[in-house]
Design a protein around this ligand. Structure first.
Ligand SMILES: Cc1cc2nc3c(=O)[nH]c(=O)nc-3n(C[C@H](O)[C@H](O)[C@H](O)COP(=O)(O)OP(=O)(O)OC[C@H]3O[C@@H](n4cnc5c(N)ncnc54)[C@H](O)[C@@H]3O)c2cc1C
Length: 378
């Protein structure tokens, strides 16, 4: 028997992993959180968080959002590749905060709550035998009763376990990349813009201080065919006149953008090899919906309820897995499907031009679509 067995081991310290670790530690459980990077660090993300997460983050997790002077975003501006505009109020809306600040704040709260936070530590192998998980990392071996995978869009485990989305030919061909900058520019503080271009879209909205986040998703072929990120921005993104103006009038706050590749929106299994998947590791909503972060945190809340019942011996590990899968599908199944449909409509130049025209005529349809991709406060 190993000398120390944690109640829960969490692999990946993004929003899903960090909020789960805090929720469990607050209930008195021992938690080890394994993160391969060193906080604080930048992440590719539009950094617009739907307001459905505000109360969870502030009241349940303890992030002092009200004292952080963050922009509240209530207006949506969508443009088609040919430059046509659509404006709408966002019923629920969102707020802006960089992942650099938010993830680091959560890491500090986790440590205060007694979570063992390991940084610069990559998990490399997970085995489940005789009701104990053995997790091999680049630092040591850790043991736990429950193991959660909150390792994001794509990790070494996805490839190692040959998770379906890593082996699909269609996903390899439709390889998406994400690029992000923090910039200074002149833009309304209460608005999020989504500018479409051929095979992609670019968002801009305010975050903390006097900074804005500019983040886009596009097919890798766009960058490859243009020759570089800069060339793609000049030749493809700038075909949309609003993006051309934005790129000409923004001051980049760090030299090279943060980027990621091999993003997949295919279905994923919510539990694999007895590991509960959270956030993007369980399923990814298209960034266009601006709701992945709320889903990641909401999934951590669902997991914490089921894990707690298991750790109190109220349910078996099999019942824990079943309950979590059911809750995940009930809460996020429709949202993920709607997101995929919207991305399909926005993915093509001519369809997007027509779609923006139709949506312009029907505010009701626009509101309905936005609502379908968002959840309620949790
Ligand atoms: C271009 C783009 C724009 C987006 N814009 C928005 C937006 O505006 N609003 C929104 O709500 N959502 C947005 N999203 C989605 C959002 O970023 C994700 O849904 C969210 O970050 C998921 O959180 P997570 O905790 O699941 O994963 P992550 O935040 O990705 O965290 C995963 C962590 O696991 C770590 N890790 C991976 N493998 C290992 C390992 N083996 N060992 C140890 N650590 C490991 C990683 O270093 C990382 O820190 C966007 C996504 C993209 C791609």
């Amino acid at each position: 028997m190993p000398s120390k067995v944690y109640d829960t081991a969490i692999i990946g310290g993004g929003l899903a992993g960090l909020t789960l670790s805090i929720s469990l530690a607050k209930q008195g459980y021992s938690v080890v959180l394994i993160e391969k990077e060193i906080y604080p660090f930048h992440k590719v993300c539009g950094e617009y968080i739907s307001l459905e997460s505000w109360d969870f983050l502030e009241k349940k997790i303890g992030v002092p959002l009200s004292d952080m002077n963050l922009p509240i975003i209530k207006k949506l501006w969508v443009t088609s590749p040919n430059g046509n505009s659509l404006y709408n109020d966002l019923d629920l809306g969102g707020f802006g905060i960089s992942r650099y600040t938010l993830d680091n704040t959560l890491k500090n709260i986790a440590e205060k709550q007694g979570v063992t936070v390991l940084q610069n530590c990559k998990a490399e192998d997970i085995q489940f035998k005789e009701n104990i998980f053995t997790i091999k990392t680049t630092q040591q071996i850790y043991y736990s009763k429950v193991c959660c995978g909150s390792w994001g869009k794509r990790s070494n485990f996805d490839v190692k376990w040959k998770r379906i989305f890593t082996t699909k030919t269609s996903d390899r061909l439709n390889n998406f990349v994400g690029i992000k900058y923090h910039v200074k520019t002149n833009f309304p503080i209460d608005m999020i813009a989504l500018h479409n271009f051929k095979d992609g879209y670019c968002g801009i909205s305010k975050i903390e201080d006097d900074k804005y986040c500019v983040c886009y998703l596009t097919k890798a072929s766009n960058i490859k065919n243009a020759g570089s990120i800069e060339k793609a921005e000049e030749l493809i993104l700038s075909e949309n006149p609003h993006l051309k103006k934005l790129f000409a009038n923004m001051e980049r706050l760090y030299q090279a953008p943060v980027s990621i590749s091999q993003i997949s929106f295919s279905k994923k299994k919510v539990v694999e090899n007895n590991v509960l998947m959270l956030g993007d590791a369980a399923g990814m909503i298209t960034p266009l919906c601006g709701n992945g972060m709320s889903m990641a945190m909401h999934s951590s809340k669902l997991a914490s309820i089921s894990i707690s019942a298991f750790l109190q011996n109220k349910i078996t590990i099999q019942q824990l897995e079943k309950t979590y899968i059911k809750e995940w599908k009930t809460n996020f199944g429709t949202r993920v499907k709607t997101g995929k449909f919207i991305q399909y409509l926005f993915g093509r130049k001519s369809i997007t031009n027509v779609f923006v025209m139709i949506m312009n005529k029907s505010k009701f349809l626009t509101k309905k679509i936005v609502k379908l991709t968002h959840g309620k406060s949790f």
